[in-house]
Design a protein around this ligand. Structure first.
Ligand code: ATP
Ligand code: MG
Length: 257
């Protein structure tokens, strides 16, 4: 469990997938062995890593439903510096199908038991919802990474996410902690963004990553080429920001281990 991180925020479009893909790539660029798990039926991380979600033989759906071992669902595209457990819309069905099964919240944790030691870091891209898939990610994880877009409604919903984390901690995963909040799509010229950023620091102090991810068109373009930004435009501000985030993340981990 020590190396698994859930990237989550039930608010949609805040940069979860962009953060998961680019943090994974930046950690891999530092020589780390990384696995990205796509746990969102939208399959955006899958596509963003250049994996065709329409032709998957095995996906995270099969793993959650115990129809396949984790190792059989993991792919390593030639051009990619890290491994991926892809997914597609099939995963939508898992939520309902899980309702009747024993240990439904522990499916992913159990599935990763034999695989997780092969990686330095495992990052899970979660759906924009606090559903059973997200709970599976939280039960499997050591840390939660929360991307936040610094705008008016940013803090709304954060308290229900923190409550869910607390509940999972009490019931299923005492080791779970918030690793950090990441300010995404940040525009420093925007007064409101600066104000929300200050509020975040007031509330969450050192849980807020110093590294800020700016709004950068290269980050938005890279997924349509099926690659992380570091491979698409290494010199872009987005790429540099995610490299800085990866360094800060690794420092934090070294301290807490
Ligand atoms: N720093 C950024 N600069 C510019 N565009 C960005 C940035 N981060 C994300 N985007 C774009 O914003 C949109 C939403 O980002 P992303 O898909 O990462 O969010 P998400 O939280 O995963 O969304 P969902 O809740 O639907 O899963 C995407 O089109 C993405 O390319
Ligand atoms: Mg997403």
């Amino acid at each position: 469990m020590g190396n698994i991180f859930a990237v989550t925020n039930q608010k949609g479009g805040v940069g979860k997938t962009t953060t998961t893909v680019n943090l994974a790539a930046s950690l891999a660029a530092n020589g780390k062995k990384v696995l990205l798990i796509d746990l969102d039926p939208q399959g955006n991380a899958t596509t963003g890593c250049g994996v065709d979600k329409e032709t998957l033989k095995v996906s995270s759906y099969d793993v959650i439903m115990t129809q396949a071992k984790a190792i059989d669902a993991i792919v390593k595209p030639e051009d990619l510096s890290f491994s991926v457990m892809p997914t597609n819309a099939d995963l939508t069905a898992a939520e309902v199908q899980l309702l009747d099964v024993k240990l439904r919240e522990h499916r992913l944790r159990l599935a990763l038991e034999s695989t997780r030691e092969k990686y330095d870091y495992i990052l899970i891209d979660c759906p924009p919802s606090l559903n059973m898939l997200t709970v599976n990610a939280l039960v499997a994880a050591k840390g939660v990474i929360i991307p936040i877009q610094c705008e008016y409604y940013a803090l709304e919903g954060l308290s229900s996410l923190l409550k869910t984390i607390e509940r999972v901690k009490q019931r299923a995963n005492p080791a779970l902690e918030v690793t950090g909040l990441i300010r995404t799509m940040f525009d420093a010229r925007n007064n409101l963004a600066n104000q929300v950023s200050r509020q975040l620091i007031q509330h969450f102090t050192d849980k807020v990553f110093h590294s800020i991810i700016p709004r950068n068109v290269r980050l938005a373009e890279a997924p349509s080429h099926g690659m992380p930004v570091i491979d698409y435009d290494r010199a872009s501000r987005g790429s540099i920001a995610y490299m800085a985030l990866a360094s800060e993340f690794m420092r934090k981990q070294n301290k807490s281990n």
